[in-house]
Design a protein around this ligand. Sequence first.
Ligand code: IVH
Length: 666
Amino acid sequence: MDAATAAAQVRINELMTEIDRHDYLYYVLDAPVIGDTEYDKLFRELKDLEKKHPELASPHSPTQKVGGHVVSALNPITHAIRMLSLDNAFNDDEFSRFNAVIVDECAVDDVEYTAEPKYDGLASSIIYVDGILTLGGTRGDGQTGDDITHNVRTIKNLPLRLTGDYPKLLEVRGEIFMPREVFNKINEDQAAVGGKLYANPRNAASGAARQLDSKVAAKRSLAFCAYSLARAEGKQFKTQMEAMLALQSWGIPITKGLKIVKGLQGAKQYWSEVLASRDSLPYEIDGVVFKVNKISQQEEMGFNSTTPRFAIAWKFPAQEESTSLIDVDSQVGRTGAITPVGRLKPVKVGGVTVSNATLHNWLIVESLNLHVGDTVLVRRAGDVIPQIMTADEKARDPAAAKIVRPACCPSCGSPVVMEESTLRCSADFECPAQRQEKIINSVSRKLMNIDGLGESSVAALCDLGILKDLSDVYRLTVDDILKVPGTGAVSSQKLINAIEASKATTLPRLIWSLGIREVGESTSKLLAAKFSTLDALMNATREELLEIEGVGDKTADFVIKALQPGAAIREMALAMIELGVTPEVIQAKGDALAGRTYVITGTLPTMNRDAAVAALEALGAKVSGSVSKKTTAVIAGSDAGGKLAKAGLLGVPVMDEEALKALVGM
Ligand code: IVH
């Protein structure tokens, strides 16, 4: 080896160790010490060196996680220790009964349990020999599974090499799962081409983990968390917790939120807390797993045929249920998109009764080959609208009527056009449904913010022919409003006052409320920041619009078309100004908080949420709706729920209103 090659070898080793360390800090301890840019730099340096000296590239290098290994079929593997399953508890009583048996048999009052979220993915067993990831397998029937080592090696948060005082042979068990974001993206991509949807992240994870080409698996960004230690040669532990912390010290990510709880009370409280945080987690969980912490007591309890007697999964309400499809209706949105909506036999999903569910688009309806009366799988997860994921073709009545896409707009009868995967009404302001939906959207809280002008009032006023577009709202009189069924003099006057109050608005809100295609909240802010006045925006050229980072060809075209002389939206905007709508002149943005992201949750004692958001954004901060590792801090008021709990789980700092005021200098 010449001197240059030797130097490269030294540097490659250094970089591998350094990157492994940062991966550990980031993925396992949730405590990164460097930013993305610095990390990327190290990573690129290593990749470049490996490219220059392929003979020095290690198979355990962190650069190897992009996959590349292809197998012709999955080989079977035999588990040295059988992979068990868990008994379930579906309510308080069932959990209490489980606890009572342990109290009785172990003769202790307050049983000490480890408590942790139950990840919704697939069980996997992973073996490290001499600290090197050697084998990864699925559970299969518990005795024999599939060898998925090539795909397990692409899992970003799972080390290819262990660190610390690891045993010579380690077999760890845990869940391979797919983050929500990846799952949603895969299904969005599928929906865009009318392809088959994955019913849930579990199925998607399972599909990805069984890919023959590990490059495909790598793209699916699978993640892993350990929940048990099967074998650790030469190591002995007194408690489950000790074993888990040992795994963590060797570099293995363990379940987030793992904690010791005491007795029935402690367990119930933990279960409720985790349930409250469920929707804000970046992955899906379907319950909490409790395990007796002391290994001696675990041994006392022993096993049933396929499950331990010392552990239980206390499940959350299911997020998927089957029900029958009554029919599929068409809903015309404010931009003319005609979306299929499934009318369902009411069914409880995740604790809420669902009778309508979206079907994404008509391509999906056609690819599911839906028929009236079909048995469909409905899913309601997080804040996502209930969706119909699959239909049971086998259970279909052969005489059932096939559901077909509408040939014309169900509201105005205009011809429909297919734009990518969206079926659209070819009319615009002439379509009553579009008109009504545009107004409902424009007067909502985040836009013109007209309190008391709800969906049903807008619908009634549209039906009466009083409202045709947003500007008509500013022409409403008490007499007009009194024509809405169920409205009295007091509420009419209140609504007039609210309309009056809404005239003092901001330019981004006004722009957003015009309902220009592709111009939502963030684009409105960009346009307002660039042009400062509505007048200037109306006179903007296509080139000027394209100078804005974040405004592309499509958006620019829609803006130009909407605001050109004679266009309906331009006329409406001018009429609104004429009727007294006055956007305040916006202040230039500071950048003291640039690059930071905050999440506001709960009710702040004195500030309203909009004011808090405005104060942060004015200093260049981003305000997000969900907590992640990248969140700078969570600002919590009273009644803060899941987001606060999640901050706790992820170790994100929490601030109160006082601290916020100090931060923004109020
Ligand atoms: S313990 C000996 N802990 O749930 C029992 N399982 O329904 C081993 N799972 O097959 C399982 N998160 O795939 C355990 N924190 C957790 C879990 C968990 C998810 C899965 C696992 C298991 C299934 C049983």
